[in-house]
Design a protein around this ligand. Structure first.
Ligand code: NAP
Length: 399
């Protein structure tokens, strides 16, 4: 796509800070918001803000070398860790915690994270879902990978697999992923000794209600046992019972879904945390009025669910409408005299250090070369300052 004529990439440019909504409208006929869901949901329970309680977003950002999470520190001397939620992000976080240094070394994990994780003292990781195995949100492939870890056993409470009648019915008409998930879980062979040094416990039907504190840090988690209820709308939801249990844990990662952030001067539905739209055409909050020339795709359009395969048809829906609107002249087109160079001149006039796709390729090449020198697929450059310096150096070498 980047090689197609007419494609340009301007990196290191922040919407609303470097260039306002109004200014964008002066340079482009259309805007397509593809900003995803940058932040995360909260559990809203006492103790959630304690040291040692994090979002999985922070942990994933940290080990992936995302510049915004570079300075986070996680006390990896904790022997017991809770991960709240049972989606793919929860599985990703648990897998990284359970892997050995050798297993991690083949990945493109950030070097500082690899170094910290080498000294990881974790023994027990509790993945905690509020509903049952039929409602688990992870994909079978991700679950299978958990079962292949060198130094970690996976255990599951057999009682959780004794399904209630609503879940049993739901399973009969479930999609392939759900059916495969349950089948894999039913076949988890539990080594009675759990002989590997690390253990991953898949805990269903429990919700966190409080995090305990000791020396100003998380020291444990209180969970309430749930039962499942079939609602009038057909959704099976969790309902707390009177029964609670306490688990001693030194780290808690909540992984209960992402949440979109609003953009300056762009409508935002705070309940759904999305840009209000009808099939990708941005609207006002009541969905009464379409805003001409503004479109949205992906998680900013639908909320944080679905994988790449879900986002592709979603983008096709939006872009088809964009093309239709153009052909029907419902978009206010800019003056024909406005040259494509105008945006570059504008960014330069404001001293915005933007990078092009060619620059991005230089950085990519550099990361891959350095990675190969260390036997890794890539060595990520993790600060924007360093990225810009390397791009400048590589540009100079090319001229
Ligand atoms: P997700 O799939 O929506 O899973 C969120 C989990 O949190 C669910 O188990 C949900 O349970 C639970 N949860 C929500 N609110 C809760 C609460 N208040 N208390 C306790 N549990 C709660 O979200 P995600 O894992 O962040 O993933 C986001 C999307 O990215 C997904 O579509 C995922 O498939 C995708 N993704 C894919 C990959 C991959 O393909 N490798 C990797 C990462 C992410 P309920 O069902 O009960 O609400």
């Amino acid at each position: 796509i980047a090689r197609l004529p007419g494609f340009r990439f301007f990196g290191n440019v922040t919407f609303g800070t470097d260039i306002s909504h109004l200014e964008y409208k002066q340079f482009y006929d259309c805007i397509v918001y593809a900003v995803g869901a940058e932040t995360d949901r909260h559990m809203n329970i006492p103790g959630e803000e304690l040291e040692g309680s994090f979002s999985a977003t922070e942990f994933v950002g940290w080990y992936n070398g995302h510049p915004d999470y570079l300075h986070k520190t996680f006390d990896l001397s904790a022997e017991n860790i809770a991960v709240i939620g049972m989606g793919n992000v929860a599985i990703d976080a648990a897998r990284i915690l359970a892997k050995t240094a050798d297993e991690l070394a083949d990945s493109d994990i950030a070097d500082y994270a690899l170094e910290a994780l080498k000294h990881n003292k974790v023994k027990d990781i509790y993945l905690i879902a509020r509903r049952g195995p039929v409602q688990a949100a992870f994909s079978p492939q991700e679950l299978k990978e958990l079962l292949e870890l060198e130094m970690a056993d996976v255990s599951i409470d057999p009682d959780a697999l004794d399904l209630d009648s609503a879940s049993e019915d739901a399973l009969k008409s479930a999609d392939k992923n759900t059916a495969d998930n349950v089948c894999i879980m039913r076949n988890i062979h539990i080594d009675p000794d759990l002989s590997k040094p690390r253990r991953l416990h898949l805990m269903f039907l429990h919700s966190p209600v409080e995090l305990y504190e000791k020396d100003s840090k998380v020291s444990g988690i209180k969970l309430v046992k749930n039962k499942l209820e079939l609602g009038a709308n057909g959704r099976i939801s969790s309902k707390a019972t009177e029964e609670t249990i306490d688990l001693p844990v030194g780290l808690v990662f909540r992984s209960i879904g992402y949440r979109g952030r609003s953009l300056p001067d762009v409508p935002f539905d705070t309940d759904k945390a999305i840009i209000p739209n009808v099939c990708g055409r941005v609207t006002d909050l009541d969905h009464d009025k379409v805003i001409p020339g503004e479109y949205v795709i992906g998680w900013a359009k639908r909320g944080p669910s679905g994988v790449i395969g879900t986002n592709k048809p979603d983008a096709v829906e939006t872009t088809s409408l964009l093309l239709k609107d153009f052909s029907e002249n419902t978009v206010d087109e800019l003056d024909d005299n406005l040259k494509p160079e105008a945006i570059e001149a504008y960014l330069k006039s404001k001293n915005i250090d933007y990078v092009t796709f060619k620059d991005w390729k230089l950085l990519d090449k550099y990361e891959v070369e350095i990675g190969h020198q260390h036997g890794k697929p890539r060595e990520k450059v993790t600060t924007v300052k360093e990225m810009l310096a390397i791009i400048k150096e590589q540009r100079a070498r090319q001229t």
